[in-house]
Design a protein around this ligand. Structure first.
Ligand code: SF4
Length: 287
């Protein structure tokens, strides 16, 4: 009989494999910079990617990277020791973004937006330096769903997180292999594997409160109606562009509304058959 850890490993591997395949995330000869923060998600991603590497139909390399951002008391050695013990190709890079962020952001304001922009910039430069063809980030299903609601309710746009994107610098390709993986399964897997988790409150910044709120809302819905999260995820994989009100999208999809006179003559707008869903491309530029 399989242990709980083995069951979860299979489940998470399957979900990751589906994402890798659906969005052609890894190609022959890729060298992937795997960004680890010391949290449960990136540990799990590194673990699963290495597992996949051993039996994948394509050859690729991984380079696990952590950025020590200069937060006081950062216990990076826990992560470094683990990576060394487990034989991962690993490097830690020190860049004091903490100093920049605390100087630039007024007291009481959250650091996260600038901090993560700086971190992303470091990763992009590093990937180029190391000759990496892709950068893997550990965002999972629940991050995707929270972003969907944040965009819908606070940004006035319908979108979540691209599973694969070409960065604005036109050079770096970011992949998110865990987009189909459930956070609670990652959490449990990480506990069972005893990954040495690094605390994430050293920066003293407030967490993104709206994101937390979206997380709670989705968790409540899931409690009331189990399966809600999977249904939300299914919705993201089953987009009906013609049932949205984005005229630009209509044009892109070749659904432009016919000439008004013609419509009147024919007593119709666009025929229903033309409004059937066409899959939208997951390969998008960074927005
Ligand atoms: S929680 Fe801290 S380390 Fe993480 S993004 Fe925000 S400021 Fe940066």
């Amino acid at each position: 009989m399989q242990s709980e850890s083995e069951v979860l490993e299979r489940k998470l591997s399957r979900a990751m494999g589906r994402a890798l395949g659906d969005f052609s995330m890894i190609s022959e000869g890729d060298r992937i910079l795997v960004a680890v923060s010391g949290g449960k998600d990136s540990y799990t991603m590194a673990y699963l990617l290495r597992l996949f590497q051993r039996k994948a139909p394509v050859n690729f390399e991984i380079e696990v990277v952590n950025i020590d951002q200069g937060h006081p008391g950062y216990p990076g050695h826990l992560l470094a020791d683990y990576m060394e013990r487990e034989g991962y190709p690993f490097r830690m890079v020190r860049e004091d973004t903490y100093k920049i962020v605390t100087e630039k952001i007024p007291e009481g304001k959250t650091f996260c937006s600038l901090c993560s922009r700086l971190r992303r910039g470091i990763l992009y430069s590093l990937a180029q330096e190391l000759g990496c063809t892709k950068i893997a980030l550990g965002h999972h299903r629940d991050d995707v769903l929270q972003t969907l609601l944040l965009n819908l309710l606070f940004a006035g746009k319908l979108g979540a997180m691209p599973p694969k994107l070409l960065a604005d610098d036109g050079k770096n390709v970011v992949i998110r292999p865990l987009v189909f993986c459930a956070e609670d399964e990652i959490r449990r897997f990480s506990e069972l594997k005893e990954f040495p988790i690094l605390p994430c409150d050293l920066c003293g910044s407030q967490e993104n409160l709206q994101r937390k709120r979206m997380g709670r809302l989705i968790d409540d819905l899931e409690r009331e109606t189990p399966g809600t999260k999977q249904i939300m995820l299914a919705a993201l994989r089953n987009v009906k562009p013609s049932q949205l009100l984005d005229s630009g999208l209509w044009k892109t999809m070749g659904l432009a509304v016919a000439d008004e006179r013609e419509e009147q003559r024919e007593g119709t707008l666009v025929p229903e058959s033309r409004l059937r869903s066409k899959a939208s491309t997951p390969w998008v530029s960074e927005g």
